[in-house]
Design a protein around this ligand. Sequence first.
Ligand SMILES: Nc1ncnc2c1ncn2[C@@H]1O[C@H](COP(=O)(O)OP(=O)(O)OP(=O)(O)O)[C@@H](O)[C@H]1O
Ligand SMILES: [Mg+2]
Length: 268
Amino acid sequence: MLVLEAVSYRYAGAERPAIRQVSLTLDKGEVLGVVGPSEAGKTTLCLVASGLAPRAIRGAMDGRVLLDGADTTALPMHEMAARAGICFQHPQTQLSGICGTVFEEIAFGPMNLGLQRDDVVVRTWDALDVLGITALAERDPMQLSGGQMQLVAIGGLLALRPAHLILDEPTAQLDPGGTRLVGECLARLAAGGASILITEQKTDLLERICGRVVVLEKGGIVAAGPTDEVLAAAGLAAMGVAAPSRVRVRRALAGAGFGDGAIMDALH
Ligand SMILES: Nc1ncnc2c1ncn2[C@@H]1O[C@H](COP(=O)(O)OP(=O)(O)OP(=O)(O)O)[C@@H](O)[C@H]1O
Ligand SMILES: [Mg+2]
């Protein structure tokens, strides 16, 4: 379980906190979506939830982040990395830059955890397999498309087998096929017991995989609840968050004078 208790975070030198009094609970096997306008604090929330801030990113944190009951500020870095994995929007920033092949790149994290060689090999093939990228195993990670690189970055994360996954707009560079693949993979991981925090602009993806969604605005949570309800809320569009296509189609049909019965027929 990942718990944030009234967490505020102010970057070093910043006038205001980037997130304020954020409290949330993420259960085992749960996928929690985070939406909000630009600069709402989504990335900051991910950095704090993963323990990277303030550990590696200078700033001041108030409140507590608990990973399975343990306060993250007290956990050694290697234990944090084994328990909570984070994936960013830009895959270039998370590939090691020193591995000649995709296989080595994905094996890099578990190797650094000091795992047995056989275990590392199994985990690496599993990660390649679950993402459907075994064909890329021998390729140079730096010569892949943005989408392929992101899948490799996610693969590196999966190979660590963390109980908690934190993903900051992981499909930003992926086409619809790649986005679907990542969505299916995350749903499978959650079904296996992982808890997943994901920020996304693609609300269609969130609708498919999240049980709950929270809305961040100006650093604070302004709405939270079941995915369908939160993503259908009227105020989201004004924040620049597009409703899922199902909701938009429904609205368009209702606007064209179709009743609820006709809408349900059209949607199913
Ligand atoms: N390293 C930093 N130092 C100081 N301020 C920062 C830093 N990183 C982000 N901020 C500020 O913190 C606030 C929240 O930024 P954050 O990146 O968390 O927002 P976001 O919701 O992820 O935005 P986007 O949708 O554009 O990715 C912004 O006002 C931003 O300018
Ligand atoms: Mg961001």
